[in-house]
Ligand binder design. Structure first.
Ligand SMILES: NC(=O)c1ccc[n+]([C@@H]2O[C@H](COP(=O)([O-])OP(=O)(O)OC[C@H]3O[C@@H](n4cnc5c(N)ncnc54)[C@H](OP(=O)(O)O)[C@@H]3O)[C@@H](O)[C@H]2O)c1
Length: 337
């Protein structure tokens, strides 16, 4: 009975944490076929491979593909129309995972590796100091590429889908390590800074609470979950398979020997916090908490909760900027209504 299913949209659902979220939703209460999963992906070929994998494991599941490139306003607008159409067959969109994300890696950053290892060898492995990110990347829409991919594309999608989300639905952002140090109001899209990725995830942390406050009267919750350190395709930009194997080995070693719980390593362990934020009872979730996927030394995943660091003034500033951008595209004459 398809009409009884809840729609769960997962951006970047074709790989890594996003695909693991899809697997876990389809496995939860699998006898009830509770969810119809929509993989919202920019690469349809990869999306089809992911869909086939899910259907092979869950032959009675409903899995759809919708094309979405979060770094393009036109693509987000098209995807929103497709998702709204799909949602009309059901009771709207119950879960929206804002998960797609990218770090534009330029190269390894040897000075960062040396100074990080010498000055804070343990915290170093939780950071991205070893990587040099590309600067100056701007999209065709005129925004910082990482900002638009990780933040604004999703913010716009939420704006376009809010009225298709029924009471009891949730928006779950995949957050990450985010530091205030990387954020500058004068370059809030972090086009010219060294850490566009961390800055974009800092914005996610800042806007989650005010967005939750805005959506709550509509019966929609907005939460942030963090996968921990996962060996997904995230480092593919380095293009060094041998190096990636080395990192995986090192992560296992660090977790086992030092007991560093944020090294979840595999995508399924990384996805547990996102799924917890999506499926936990209403009174068990709080937008002021960041839900972290963690794992024991031997790899047993669990969810830890930490306060979400959030500055009211910065959040208000960012909400103003993001709303201004949405308004700008509201008025685009090319937008299909
Ligand atoms: N891996 C980690 O250690 C880690 C840690 C903290 C947070 N995270 C967050 O976890 C989320 C998922 O990352 P992952 O680790 O699963 O890496 P991943 O395997 O590389 O998955 C990233 C997903 O995002 C998609 N994506 C990237 N840019 C996009 C765009 N412009 N439009 C639409 N989709 C786009 C990718 O699509 P393609 O397949 O087409 O590239 C892919 O499906 C990200 O938000 C990331 O920031 C990851």
């Amino acid at each position: 009975m398809t009409s009884a299913r809840k729609i769960a949209v997962i951006t970047g659902g074709n790989s890594g944490v996003g695909l693991a979220i899809a697997r876990q939703l389809l496995s939860a209460n699998s006898d009830k076929h509770e969810f119809r999963v929509v993989l919202a992906c920019r690469n349809q070929a990869k999306g089809k491979v992911a869909r086939d994998e899910l259907l092979a494991a869950h032959p009675r599941a409903l899995v759809d593909l919708v094309e979405l490139d979060t770094s393009s306003v036109a693509s987000v607008e098209r995807a929103a129309i497709a998702l709204r159409t799909l949602s009309q067959e059901h009771h709207g969109i119950s879960l929206l995972f804002c998960n797609a994300g990218a770090m534009a890696i330029d190269s390894l950053y040897i000075p960062g590796i040396v100074s990080g290892l010498l000055s804070h060898p343990i915290a170093f492995f939780e950071s991205s100091e070893a990587l040099r990110q590309k600067r100056g990347l701007v999209t065709a829409d005129g925004m910082g590429e990482t900002f638009q991919t990780n933040v604004f594309g999703h913010y716009l999608l939420i704006a376009r889908l809010t009225d298709a989300m029924p009471v009891g639905s949730r928006v779950i952002w995949t957050g990450s390590a985010a530091s205030q140090l990387q954020f500058k109001a004068s370059d809030y899209q972090h086009v010219w800074g060294d850490k566009p990725y961390e800055s974009s995830k800092y914005i996610v942390d800042q806007i989650a609470v005010p967005l939750d406050q805005r959506l709550r009267p509509l019966g929609i919750r907005c939460l942030v979950a963090e996968p921990g350190n996962v060996c997904s395709n995230f480092l593919a930009g380095l293009g060094l398979p041998l190096f990636q194997y080395l990192i995986v080995g090192m992560f296992y070693f660090i977790r086992f020997v030092l007991g560093m719980a944020r090294f979840t390593i595999n995508s399924d362990s990384g996805a547990v916090a996102c799924c917890y934020a999506a499926l936990a009872d209403e009174d068990a979730v709080d937008s002021r908490i960041k839900y972290h996927s963690q794992a024991t030394r031997t790899g047993k995943p669990y969810v830890a909760q930490f306060p979400l660091t959030h500055n009211k003034d910065t959040a208000a500033f960012l909400m103003g900027r993001l709303d201004g951008l949405v308004k700008r595209f509201d008025d685009e004459p090319t937008r299909e209504k």
